[in-house]
Design a protein around this ligand. Sequence first.
Ligand code: SAM
Ligand code: SF4
Ligand code: SF4
Length: 341
Amino acid sequence: MIPVVVDTRAVTDAMRRPVRDLRVSVTDRCNFRCRYCMPAEIFNREYEFLKRDLLLSFEEIVILARAFESLGVQKIRLTGGEPLLRKGIEQLVAMLAGATGCEVTLTTNGSLLARKAEALASAGLARVTVSLDSVDEATFMAMNDVGFPVASVLSGIEVASRAGLPVKVNAVVKRGVNDSGVVDMARHFRGTGHILRFIEYMDVGATNGWRMDDVVPAAELVRTIDAEFPIEPVAPNYRGEVATRWRYVDGAGEIGFIASVTQPFCATCTRARISAEGMLYTCLFAFTGTDFRRILRSGAGQKELIRTIRRVWKARDDRYSEIRSEATVDIPKIEMSYIGG
Ligand code: SAM
Ligand code: SF4
Ligand code: SF4
């Protein structure tokens, strides 16, 4: 494979933010129906999922990834929907790891991880993020809304870890739903080496009925954890890291908090997102994007792809989380399961 030549005129957007991270959704389908993401009453009924031939092929994803890399992207995260539902996902990991110098990671609900972890690690996956909102069986089953048990996700984490994959655990906290279990989550994961991160519930999409009252501010979560297991802040690993890092004073490891709603981090947001059908979005809360499947299938070469990405990125001025208010909740947005988290 010819090495990617990094464009020395690496692009920055209208707010001087470079493009560093590429999130690629490989499917809009999922075997869970998390109430905050794909509520069953909508996604089991009128919602139209993408047909197979509308999805980007693995080859098309690699071509796009190389174009992004030449403009400065260093990390690629595979997501969805549930990325492990995409057949041959480990081949895509191997193709991306072989064709780019980027770190390739993946976010999963963990349901198929025990089966896939070994193959993903061998394919060159750098690490995995597993979403798990509660270690309480009844709470977790109600949240995923398909009755999926906690133990199966925990066994996926175990197998991934044994396969040599560093594991992070993400938990979305919704008031009155799982906030009473955050200390139990911390207790479960402290000392394991798996970094737990609590995420504020966001108003992504138009189907989850988000209300500000449902958000548990990260500052409140920090106080709750600190009262049980004293924690102290740790310096960020790099500028623009989304999670604030903390460590247990007793040496039991790290824990993180992602305050996307109460302390937005748009000023340092370097993420581009490609939907499963090849639309490029420059913000999680965007409604319009650029159709790269059409561009790819019209026979565009690498130069044209790079030119188009550069043009889109230069015009980018997104900062939704900074301007979020009760009034912005109802503006049209695409679904999280479509754009990828
Ligand atoms: N299915 C995979 C999973 O759940 O990890 C990958 C896709 S999912 C859309 C990516 C992440 O987005 C998950 O960690 C999920 O908890 C998070 N997420 C989904 N809806 C959210 C919301 N409304 N607010 C905050 N995070 C959300
Ligand atoms: Fe599926 Fe992930 Fe959305 Fe849950 S958060 S419904 S697991 S895509
Ligand atoms: Fe980035 Fe948009 Fe989220 Fe702001 S709201 S951090 S610009 S994705």
